[in-house]
Design a protein around this ligand. Structure first.
Ligand SMILES: [Zn+2]
Length: 81
């Protein structure tokens, strides 16, 4: 499975070098662990209470499926395998 991590700009700023990530992992918890290792960011952290968690996580069956659903296929996405 693939998990997308989108920076929510919680508190009004981006938390890492990329706005969008795709993490290939067996489960959401495994994806979160990988994401933390690579980016040093905790996606579940809440920088600003009104904005919510720092990253929005969504599951996709494959990388192809993720890009197929994008309105902007040229989006820069950091892929973590
Ligand atoms: Zn806020």
């Amino acid at each position: 499975m693939v998990f997308s991590f989108s920076d929510t700009f919680s508190g009004g700023f981006r938390k890492s070098d990329f706005e969008y990530y795709l993490v290939v992992a067996e489960s959401e918890s495994a994806a979160i662990t990988k994401f933390k290792e690579v980016t040093g960011c905790d996606p579940e952290e809440v920088t600003c209470q009104c904005c919510g968690s720092d990253f929005w996580i969504c599951e996709y069956p494959s990388i192809e499926e993720y890009f197929r659903g994008l309105e902007d296929p040229g989006r820069k996405v950091k892929i973590i395998e």
